[in-house]
Design a binder for this molecule. Structure first.
Ligand code: 7O9
Length: 483
């Protein structure tokens, strides 16, 4: 009886175990292989690129799914709801995003002020790479770019490029320190304009739902397309154990000095990692339990596949297809909610990133011996929240958003280099919690929207969902009968 129970459990979660095993093996191999080259030497970039090859191929497949997935899911989900209900669901999601992001930032700030990792820490001398480029941005321009990118003039171009304000120094004084005196221009730079595509897909979905029967075929088309993408996701997911293994191994081989993570920057690392994990694995599960009265441990366990993929890829957008699969197939969240709120969450809800940016800015200020007023700390919290919301809409985000936060307290962009040595590892933790935050959000919103959702007619999307949960309960019943 017991054995049967365990076997069924193992079979259902085989892939998750394998993927978590892949992450662990990746760490073991990475650490082990680092010792192979002679003392003081390391693996050549070419060797690392061969090891990374398999992981990179897996990542490419996941990334290929993002564009079709977000467009079709948003259109299908919003199109199958009426305007007022999608407004309510969207509103609830955004409310959740803002509240949890602010909670994450406050948690981070409290921790960094209590622990003071910057007092007494030595300065590390990481490489100052992007220095020259990072200097010429102002926070105002960056936020305006975000809004501009919401309304792309050309939707095909939006799949490839996003708009970026560029500042050029006055000819008379190329070293002019005051950026407001620089000439303002603009250009399109590499990278999908995700905010623009999300907005356009939502508008398209609203139009479909407004047209009702007149657009039934188009709606059905997008719903079926969205299923098709999820089908492919189901195949790609089987590659994740091997994919994450090689991604993690290659990353560990590529890193200069692991000593720095646990040495000079150790306390900083501990504050960020501790804060992020506490938020994702204690605060959010508690909120989930308070709001839904469901078991958060089971919920998180069901997201295992997505968590392992997030850690392996350090990209919540590449993990999005997996997150959606876990939410719908394992946690049985209504696809009309998950397909609507998950792409939005992946774009604007980054609790881990917000916490990280606030802690990083205060850590650097402590390191520099700068004393921060309450006003400074408030400014940091607001910019860190805004930066995490806007990150996906800002060309070449990543460190630029941290530069914005540093800017609020007058710290120079170059200071980013002080923490770059541990960023690659913290990124993985941030990504895990960003993905968890989106998932809890979808579940809480689905819980509050249950009654309204059952009131509207079943469409293709719901049909599949109900089939799934039927199949699930049938299996459970069968299993219980066997007992
Ligand atoms: C982390 F909606 C989607 F899936 F289509 C989507 C596509 C792209 C959503 C977001 C993006 C995107 O470009 N995001 C992005 C995220 C861009 C720049 C920076 C970041 C921040 O990433 C996190 C971090 O570094 O803290 C983290 N790596 O969650 O992926």
């Amino acid at each position: 009886m017991r054995r049967e129970h365990i076997r069924l459990f193992m079979r259902e979660n085989l892939l998750t175990f394998l993927t978590i095993g892949g992450v662990i093996l990746g760490i073991v191999f990475g650490m082990g292989l680092r010792e192979v080259p002679a003392e003081g030497e390391k693996w050549s970039p070419r060797d690392v690129s061969y090891i990374n090859f398999i992981g990179d191929t897996f990542l490419r497949m996941l990334k290929a799914l993002i564009l079709p997935l977000i467009i079709t899911s948003l259109i299908a989900a919003v199109g199958s709801l009426d305007l007022s209900l999608s407004g309510k669901i969207g509103g609830r999601a955004v409310l959740y995003y803002v509240i949890t992001t602010v909670m994450a930032v406050i948690l981070g700030i409290v921790l960094v002020l209590l622990v003071k990792p910057g007092r007494g820490a030595e300065e590390s001398n990481g490489d100052i790479g992007a220095k020259g480029e990072m200097r010429n941005v102002t926070t105002a321009d960056t936020l305006l770019d975000l809004v501009r990118n919401m309304f792309p003039p050309n939707l095909v171009q939006a799949c490839l490029q996003q708009y970026q304000t560029v500042l050029t120094p006055p000819k008379t004084n190329p070293d002019e320190p005051d950026l407001t005196l620089w000439t303002v221009g603009g250009k399109f730079s590499e990278g999908m304009n995700i905010i623009g595509l999300v907005v356009a897909s939502i508008v398209f979905g609203i139009a479909l739902s407004a047209l009702k029967e007149d657009a039934q075929m188009v709606l059905k088309f997008f719903q079926q397309l969205s299923h098709t993408v999820m089908k492919i996701t189901g195949w790609v997911i089987w590659l994740s154990p091997v994919g994450v293994l090689f991604l993690v191994t290659a990353k560990l081989l590529e890193m200069e000095d692991l000593g720095e993570v646990f040495g000079k920057l150790g306390l900083y690392f501990a504050v960020v990692a501790g804060g992020i994990l506490f938020h994702g694995f204690v605060v959010l599960p508690l909120l989930f339990f308070l709001f839904t009265h469901k078991n958060p441990v089971q919920f998180v366990a069901n997201m295992g596949q997505a968590i392992a993929t997030a850690f392996g890829t350090s990209s919540s957008s590449a993990t999005l297809p997996v997150t959606m699969q876990c939410l719908e197939e394992k946690n049985h969240i209504d696809p009309r909610v998950s397909r609507f709120v998950l792409p939005i969450g992946a774009t604007i809800n980054m609790d881990g990133t917000a916490l990280y940016e606030a802690v990083a800015a205060i850590f650097i200020a402590q390191l520099r011996g700068l004393s921060l007023s309450f006003g400074n700390i408030l400014a940091i919290s607001i910019t860190a929240t805004a930066a995490s919301i806007g990150a996906a809409g800002i060309p070449q985000a990543g460190l630029v958003t941290l530069v914005m936060v540093l800017d609020t307290v007058g710290l120079p962009a170059e200071d980013v280099s002080l923490i770059i040595a541990v960023d690659w590892l913290l990124d993985r933790f941030r990504t895990v919690v960003n993905v968890l935050g989106d998932s809890f959000g979808a579940a809480i919103v689905a819980h509050y929207s249950q009654n309204e959702l059952t009131a509207i007619p079943v469409t293709e999307v719901t049909e599949k969902y109900q089939k799934n949960s039927l199949a699930y309960s049938a299996e459970t019943v069968l299993f219980e009968e066997r007992l």
